[in-house]
Write a protein that binds this ligand. Structure first.
Ligand code: UDP
Length: 240
């Protein structure tokens, strides 16, 4: 309901891999739909939602250029185009659930989606349209984590929610490899930077820190998890 919600406007960042299911590559429609339902359940609470989806399930610039054939900047543009495909898949899934959406790209491709115009995006949010920000920051050498932090700052989101697969927060070491790994309830941006904790890349963390934007790391594996986290339930780590 409208009363038990703690946030008015949030950014949900997921990686491209979150959409590939067990396939190991590309888009898995039932997985896309599962995440769309998570978003719907938060949208139903009246929360204004921004989304950034990575592109790692399709193409990663650094890896792509290391394999040869294209240089780093070209490979990064290919990576950004991958995020547009993911955004369109999420848009389709959300719209089939009856939610109005806009895909807003940092690189203009007017036939496919809207260009990024800040005031226009804010207006969409006020009208309860889910805004899916695509093509990262539009610049090579950045990541979609930085894009999520940038757009969340521009849209005045109250927090960034990092929906993870297989992990429910920030740990002192990799919980998949170490049985004694300890999850933090709360860490500072500087802890993350100094201890190289696995949250976001350093430029994204620094941008969040400078803009006082809390980052909530949680697991997207639990059904209803996103909604629960917004109500302060479940396990998560806050970076602030
Ligand atoms: N990318 C970029 N600039 C940006 C955002 C992304 O060049 O502002 C490229 C980069 O090559 C990256 C790829 O797009 O490897 C996919 O994004 P990312 O690795 O952040 O996706 P995720 O790991 O979240 O799936």
């Amino acid at each position: 309901t409208e009363t038990d919600r703690r946030y008015d406007r949030v950014m949900l960042k997921i990686s491209g891999e979150a959409l590939m299911g067990d396939q190991g590559f590309g888009l898995h429609p039932p997985t896309v739909e599962r995440i769309a339902r998570e978003v719907k359940s938060v949208h139903d609470m009246g929360v204004e939602i921004c989304m950034v989806i990575g592109g790692g399930n399709i193409f990663r610039g650094l890896q792509g250029s290391a394999q040869g054939g294209v240089d780093r900047t070209t490979a990064d543009y290919m990576g950004m185009l991958g995020t547009v495909m993911n955004a369109l898949a999420m848009q389709g899934s959300l719209e089939s659930l009856g939610i109005h959406t806009r895909v807003i790209s940092a690189i203009t491709m007017n036939e496919i989606c809207e260009p990024y115009i800040r005031r226009r995006a804010v207006r969409h949010l006020e009208k309860k349209r889910v805004c899916i920000f695509a093509a990262g920051t539009g610049n090579p050498y950045f990541t979609t984590d930085t894009a999520a932090t940038l757009r969340a700052s521009e849209m005045a989101c109250e927090a960034i929610f990092m929906g993870k697969n297989g992990v429910d927060g920030v740990y002192d070491k990799d919980p998949a490899k170490h049985d004694d790994a300890k999850r933090f309830d709360r860490v500072t941006y500087d802890d993350v930077l100094q201890q190289h904790l696995n949250v976001m890349d350093a430029s994204a963390i620094a941008l969040a820190r400078d803009n006082h934007l809390p980052i909530v790391v949680f697991s997207l594996d639990e059904p209803g998890g996103f909604r629960g986290i917004l109500q302060g339930e479940g396990t998560f780590t806050v970076v602030e």
